[in-house]
Design a binder for this molecule. Structure first.
Ligand SMILES: O=C(O)c1ccccc1NCC(=O)[C@H](O)[C@H](O)COP(=O)(O)O
Length: 206
């Protein structure tokens, strides 16, 4: 099956359209204010309103209040939720929306146990771990640490770029890959040529 691609940290319409033109399946919008890729919900709403059909939009939160999550969902009409903090399964399920859970590969993480905990999720995103930084680290983790045959669709993230994504796909065979820093000219500003190169590498690996 073809590896899907999510390009995260979209803050500009031109970057969203470039990602779609290059073949991205999903666009991620970071609603975590400390992130340099944070996008104001009104800006995300305006971008999403101008997208063509058949592109999944993803709202990314880190331990946010349910009120804030619901407010942004109502404002933007985003399709999918990505929880990238220490959210519990019960917290994630309260929104009655499809979601996927990000798990950071800390030294003591039990991925199989996390898979069982978040059995209601549409997928499990495995990301690099850097203490104090919830995501968008630009760092890859040791893919050998990923258990085989996980019970949820695996989304691989962390330090992916045009130079390593084909190897990542060949080794891990994820359902999808997720990239942010590897296709940027600066944090929050995507680089069209890097997006195209990344997507070409994904296509060659499939
Ligand atoms: O991208 C961020 O700035 C970010 C900040 C806080 C929580 C999550 C964040 N990003 C989540 C993502 O899904 C990123 O695409 C993922 O962490 C991979 O980022 P990168 O290593 O830069 O490709």
């Amino acid at each position: 099956m073809r590896t899907r691609v999510k390009i995260c940290g979209i803050t500009r319409l031109e970057d969203a359209l470039a990602a779609i033109e290059a073949g991205a399946d999903a666009l991620g919008f970071v609603f975590y204010p400390p992130s340099p890729r944070y996008v104001d919900p009104a800006v995300a709403e305006a971008i999403i309103a101008q997208l063509p059909p058949f592109v999944t939009t993803v709202a990314l939160f880190v331990d946010d209040s349910p009120e804030q999550v619901n407010a942004i969902l109502g404002q933007t009409g985003i399709d999918l939720l990505q929880f990238h903090g220490d959210e519990s399964p019960a917290y994630c399920q309260q929104f009655n929306r499809p979601y996927f859970k990000a798990v950071r590969m800390s030294p003591d993480i039990d991925v199989i146990a996390e898979c069982k905990r978040f059995a209601s999720a549409r997928g499990l995103l495995l990301d690099a771990y850097r203490p104090g930084v919830p995501g968008g680290t630009g760092e890859a983790f040791n893919w050998d640490r990923i258990p085989s045959d996980l019970e949820l669709p695996l989304i691989l993230a962390g330090g992916l770029d045009q130079n390593n994504v084909a190897k990542a796909i060949s080794q891990v065979k994820p359902y999808a890959v997720d990239v942010s820093g590897g296709v940027e000219m600066a944090k929050g500003r995507k680089d069209c040529s890097k997006i195209i190169s990344f997507m070409n590498e994904v296509a060659c690996a499939n």
